[in-house]
Design a protein around this ligand. Structure first.
Ligand code: KG4
Ligand code: ZN
Length: 351
């Protein structure tokens, strides 16, 4: 074991979607965060192609690992543990990371932790803002997930309060961007286009906020009606031979998404007596979401923590951060026959 005085030295591997991430942390200190993305290979398909992602992980794994070790100035045998995303995610993509992690753990004789991708999105904030407030309300919004979670101890489990019942928030950004002729992934392009648009130009629907929906779906989200509404609006304009003001549509759509996300997150925090909200996942990089969350939370005396954008999108540092916390708190490691589980439940932090 390396010196544990500053926390365990952990290597984290992330391959659940289109980013090959290798992170190295010591306790709450980030030493390296190497990421190789295959996003450009998927762009022309308008979405991530699983087979393409798996092959890209295979090709990127060793060079990314070497880059991370070099940046951190460590040798592989120095690490105290290997952590890897075991799920949820794309099955073939997860397999590449899990196989690499097993090989490292076995070859180096180090414990292996197969961790939940969503819990890792929560734990990463410790690298930037220190120990997580306990409890905290985590809102995870990305291309694959949109969840509200009550987190008492991220190494033990999280309590799911709500989730999307159809599209994920990032998926809605990507689909609407496509409708507007913006490149994939669409979130950053909508964010940029919205800056010069009028956010109240079009009154798009706020999913699951009507009184009748709140009874069953108070903390759940729905973005597919919003996406359809944007599509209808754009089609109607085009049929009438009018030009579509991309900036106004982007701003009004973004406002609808951020309004629902922040409203529900605050409602969940207040209802559960939680004073800290943590936002993670790729959509947490959205400038309007950050501003609106901070403004609305401040009005209720609630604090908001958002990691910097590079830590919000998928990366290996988040997996290493969770791994280090698991080691520090003495949690049991996974077995070496750990499977990749594409639908690993959020309640399973370590598989
Ligand atoms: O967490 P992430 O990197 O991967 C998944 O697990 O999905 O999130 C990617 C998602 C994409 O849908 C992308 O469009 C969205 O995050 N995204 C954004 C922004 N940056 C990335 N959405 C809105 N505004 C942004 N600035
Ligand atoms: Zn993610």
């Amino acid at each position: 074991m390396s010196s544990l005085t500053d926390g365990p030295l952990v290597l984290g591997i992330e391959t659940s979607c289109d980013e090959t991430g290798i992170g190295i942390v010591r306790g709450h200190t980030l030493l390296a965060d190497a990421v190789a993305s295959s996003v450009e290979e998927h762009a022309r398909f308008g979405g991530v192609v699983p087979e393409v992602a798996s092959r890209a992980h295979l090709e990127a794994m060793v060079p990314t690992l070497e880059r991370a070790c070099e940046t951190a100035g460590i040798r592989l045998q120095d690490v105290d543990a290997i952590a890897v995303t075991s799920g949820p995610g794309l099955a073939g993509a997860l397999l590449v990371g899990v196989a690499a992690a097993k090989a490292l753990a076995l070859g180096l004789g180090k414990p292996l932790y197969g961790v939940n991708h969503l819990a890792a999105h929560v734990a990463v904030d410790q690298l930037e803002h220190g120990p997580l407030p306990e409890p905290c309300l985590a809102m995870l919004v990305s291309g694959g997930h949109s969840s509200l979670l009550k987190v008492e101890d991220v190494t033990v489990g999280v309590d799911p309060l709500g989730a999307t019942i159809d599209d994920a928030a990032g998926e809605a950004f990507d689909k609407v961007a496509r409708l507007l002729g913006l490149p994939f992934p669409g979130g950053p392009h909508i964010d940029k286009a919205a800056v010069s648009g009028n956010s109240v130009a079009i009154d798009f629907p706020r999913g699951l906020t009507a009184r009748r929906d709140l009874e069953r779906h108070r903390f759940d989200f729905s973005f597919s009606g919003l996406k359809t509404s944007v599509a209808r609006w754009v089609e109607a304009k085009q049929r009438a031979g009018e030009t579509v003001d991309v900036a106004d549509v982007a701003a009004s759509f973004q406002e609808a998404v951020c309004d629902v996300l922040t409203r529900k997150a605050l409602d969940a925090a207040v209802t559960h007596g939680i004073e800290d909200i943590l936002i993670g996942g790729g959509v947490a990089a959205n400038s309007r979401l950050r501003a609106m969350a901070e403004e609305r939370a401040a009005a209720k005396g609630i604090r908001v923590r958002v990691p910097r954008p590079g830590l919000c999108t998928d990366n290996g540092a988040m997996v290493a951060a969770l791994g280090a916390e698991l080691v520090a708190r003495g949690r049991d490691a996974s077995s070496l026959d750990l499977p990749a589980d594409s639908s690993q439940p959020i309640t399973t932090v370590v598989a």
